[in-house]
Design a binder for this molecule. Sequence first.
Ligand code: SAH
Length: 470
Amino acid sequence: MDFLPIFVDIKSRPCLVVGGGEVAARKVELLLRAEADVRVIAPALGVSLGELRDARRVRHLARAFEDDDVAGNALVIAATDDPEVNRRISKLCREREQPVNVVDQPALCSFIMPSIIDRSPVVVAVSTGGASPVLARLMRARLEALIPSAFGQLAELAREFREQVKARLDDSGARRRFWEKVLDGPVAEMVFAGRRDSARSALASTLEDESSAPVGEVYLVGAGPGEPDLLTSRAIRLMQRADVVVYDRLVSDGVLDLTRRDAQRIYAGKERSRHALPQESINQLLVRLAGEGQRVLRLKGGDPFIFGRGGEEIEELAAHGIPFQIVPGITAASGCAAFAGIPLTHRDYAHSCAFVTGHLKGDRPNLNWKSLVQPQQTLVIYMGLVGLPIICDQLIRHGMRESMPAALIERGTTSRQRIYAGTLKSLPGIVERAGARAPTLTIIGEVVRLRDKLSWFEPRSSDAAAESAG
Ligand code: SAH
């Protein structure tokens, strides 16, 4: 280890920054975040430091650096553009065992500044010992995504209850188990979901009744259209936490692979007219599993609230007093549109976009055709493969022109994505001849034409057999 990581308390302590430019300003801002008393020495200040001086957040000495300046500071930072001055500051400080940092010159530093992830009071610092600041920044970006932004609030909440917990649980082992349960359980999830008041009362009642039976919870999570890296970071975090996974047919193997290895997996199915589990049984299953104290991940394709029957599931959970949270996912319409290069709305061609189900009730879709045939409107049809010929025919009968551009996207966003493009009249034939298989999504409207213009942007153009019958 080249450097010892420590966190220094510089609240109200004198700190010196030499240099007036933007690099100096960034260091000053950091020192101010830790509430230091900052003095800046530089003949002139740049814009950012000028503003901080005007706001009286730093003191400015408008002159060149002098040797005596280093004395009496908790920290000294050299950020001038004169290598000679920087070297001199370093030397003076080192002679006095005075902590010094020279920006971007690890060899002249007695301390270096890490990349930080600030979830105050939680702070994570990353350093490569000066070997590669860019690598440190990349690692920071990964950690940023991994550590929920509400982590700081969770720590605040823990601080708030710390004394109370100490008073109630005098055994240190019991305290540790209590905090593990709180910080890695429903209370933490409530904080992450922005429900601080619920979290506070849940924490209080957990403390109140340490011996109560465990209560599980349900995460209703949108898994997106198939491509694993389209999951949200919240989805991934909950996927790693859950003890049981109840998933639908549309959830891809790649996504399922990201759930915890040792979690139990239950297939809840749903294929057209061949439901693996009826909805009612799924609702009851979720209630039963959570009732046993398990963390249940209900994983659904796309977004749980768009043709996902998520509403019915949470109604049942709410009726049984089971805590749950909902994580949105990228719905098939956004995923397929993006990967096919078809904008769903457009200033010139589409001012509205309707998501409709093409699922057949009896033998035909039960839709309000008139409302669907509107100028400047894009139609996105979910579950419409079998009904496609009827849908196109009904739209034409209700006044949409036969030449209206239309596309059907099969397994959108995945490496097996295929796009079939045509018109309202030609698309059913094209799709039938090609033998397209579910899941597919149909987009109808002028915007489909833009695909030709935007196809250079199609992320999967090399894999996708894009058939244009345009
Ligand atoms: N909740 C899901 C939709 C469930 S309904 C969502 O928000 O996306 C199932 C329908 O979604 C399928 O019949 C199909 O029309 C569409 N769909 C889901 N994933 C798809 C994909 N990768 N490619 C094309 N269509 C998809």
